[in-house]
Design a protein around this ligand. Structure first.
Ligand SMILES: *[C@@H]1O[C@H](CO)[C@@H](O)[C@H](O)[C@H]1NC(C)=O
Ligand SMILES: *[C@@H]1O[C@H](CO)[C@@H](O)[C@H](O)[C@H]1NC(C)=O
Ligand SMILES: *[C@@H]1O[C@H](CO)[C@@H](O)[C@H](O)[C@H]1NC(C)=O
Ligand SMILES: *[C@@H]1O[C@H](CO)[C@@H](O)[C@H](O)[C@H]1NC(C)=O
Ligand SMILES: *[C@@H]1O[C@H](CO)[C@@H](O)[C@H](O)[C@H]1NC(C)=O
Ligand SMILES: *[C@@H]1O[C@H](CO)[C@@H](O)[C@H](O)[C@H]1NC(C)=O
Ligand SMILES: *[C@@H]1O[C@H](CO)[C@@H](O)[C@H](O)[C@H]1NC(C)=O
Ligand SMILES: *[C@@H]1O[C@H](CO)[C@@H](O)[C@H](O)[C@H]1NC(C)=O
Ligand SMILES: *[C@@H]1O[C@H](CO)[C@@H](O)[C@H](O)[C@H]1NC(C)=O
Ligand SMILES: *[C@@H]1O[C@H](CO)[C@@H](O)[C@H](O)[C@H]1NC(C)=O
Length: 341
């Protein structure tokens, strides 16, 4: 367990710097030739229109070793994956893959872009971190090297409805939350979930649910497929810190300056040194930037963090597609490079 934690921290603190283009292994990342589109209102319709209502699709859970472009298959050894869904068209129409990822990188979800002091000696912290859904009109089977059939008998029409839901998810999940937050185990042995993660896997499981509600037939799944899950355990209820209060803000800034130092230093330290430094930085209260606000909490000393890869339940029960939220307007397709610049 400890070795997993160390690798995990080494990877997530400071040593990584992937870019979106490396994410799916597309070299230029910005060209339409790559078949990669950002999921925007502008791109969704023309793509959707190329799908025939009566075509039959199969839904796969696909995984790639996390940070493949930087580390190759290394992170697969600790079951750290990036995940998505792949929709195979059985009638020659477009295959589709979708994934939810942190832009511009994972590192940016953990560390601020800048911390500067203003003329009054107060700090100003800025972030550059978003979550985005990416859609491609082909499935890169070299990149997505693990796959499992989840559902079959999905119609093109259901895929279109799903494609109208995905932007809604994107819109309501503007940040990538790597961690869930739970209470450290209580005397009565139950725990309180304070925050859910919003990761690639959360998106994938929500996608399974949407296709289930739309009527997809469950198939091929012998047992529930596994997913990654990272949880921080806190001994106090996380409280939102008032960023506008300069005293509070300076405390937050001090914490993040230490964390950034550690990340920089980390490049020259052994994994164990990094680990020990992190343990002392997270000794007592610390801050977390979640959904655009700062939370303060205390990490449990007994079990500060868990990193699991366990089977997670598939949707069951009565289906109801009427509750699925969708976006409903479309414009013309705009290539990804025009979106970003
Ligand atoms: C598919 O993914 C692999 C591995 O990431 C990458 O080397 C290759 O360029 C990708 N192919 C396309 C067409 O994007
Ligand atoms: C990538 O960019 C290079 C240089 O701009 C260009 O020569 C090449 O054709 C591009 N490849 C793709 C797949 O767009
Ligand atoms: C997805 O989210 C990004 C960033 O929050 C935004 O720029 C983009 O327009 C969103 N796309 C849709 C379809 O909501
Ligand atoms: C979709 O994927 C299947 C299976 O790999 C392949 O046979 C088919 O040609 C692909 N369709 C398109 C339009 O590329
Ligand atoms: C903090 O920095 C950002 C970006 O540099 C700027 O837009 C914002 O006005 C600054 N806030 C304060 C309180 O100085
Ligand atoms: C367990 O204890 C916590 C805090 O004392 C309480 O909030 C929670 O409701 C309890 N759970 C159960 C199942 O009794
Ligand atoms: C700002 O935060 C400090 C430290 O928590 C607190 O003592 C002070 O009362 C706060 N100021 C305001 C105006 O809320
Ligand atoms: C890391 O070590 C190298 C060589 O020992 C040194 O040149 C460099 O400045 C060090 N970097 C940091 C961030 O300490
Ligand atoms: C954590 O803080 C406590 C109290 O300040 C101290 O006694 C302990 O040695 C610290 N532990 C580590 C690992 O830094
Ligand atoms: C949380 O950490 C703060 C600062 O180190 C400390 O004063 C406080 O007692 C801790 N609370 C709990 C419940 O551990």
């Amino acid at each position: 367990m400890k070795i997993k934690l160390i690798i995990f921290f080494v990877v997530f603190i400071g040593l990584i710097n992937i870019s979106i283009s490396e994410n799916s292994g597309c070299v230029n990342g910005t060209s339409e030739d790559c078949g990669i589109y950002f999921y925007t209102y502008e791109t969704i319709c023309s793509f959707s229109n190329s799908i025939r209502d009566e075509d039959e699709y199969e839904l796969y859970y696909v995984q790639a070793p996390l940070l493949y472009a930087t580390y190759g298959n290394l992170l697969e050894k600790i079951n750290a994956y990036h995940s998505g869904i792949a929709l195979y068209n059985k009638n020659g129409g477009p295959n589709i893959s979708l994934d939810f990822f942190a832009y511009p990188s994972f590192e940016n979800t953990l560390l601020p872009k800048s911390i500067i002091k203003d003329e009054n000696g107060n700090y100003n912290i800025t972030w550059d971190t978003y979550a985005l859904i990416e859609v491609t009109n082909y499935i890169n089977e070299t990149y997505w090297n693990k796959r499992e059939l989840i559902m079959y008998d999905i119609t093109g029409s259901q895929v279109k409805q799903y494609l109208n839901w995905a932007p809604y998810y994107n819109k309501t999940h503007t940040f990538y939350n790597l961690f869930g937050i739970e209470s450290a185990s209580l005397k009565n042995d139950s725990s309180i979930i304070y925050k859910n993660s919003f990761t690639c896997d959360d998106f994938v499981w929500e996608s399974f649910n949407i296709f289930y509600q739309l009527g997809g037939s469950m198939g091929g799944v012998q047992s529930d497929p596994p997913r990654d899950e990272i949880t921080l355990f806190t001994t106090v209820k996380p409280t939102i810190v008032d960023y506008n209060n300069a005293t509070e803000r300076n405390l937050i800034a001090t914490f993040y300056l230490d964390l950034m130092d550690l990340a920089n230093l980390g490049k020259n330290q052994t994994a164990l040194q990094i680990f020990n430094n992190l343990i002392s930085l997270f000794n007592g209260s610390f801050y977390c930037f979640i959904d655009g606000v700062y939370y303060k909490m205390n990490l449990s000393k007994q079990s500060p963090i868990s990193f699991t890869y366990l089977p997670s339940p598939m949707p069951t029960g009565k289906r109801d597609s009427s509750a699925i939220k969708k976006v409903d307007y479309c414009r013309s397709k705009i290539p990804i490079n025009d979106q970003k610049k």
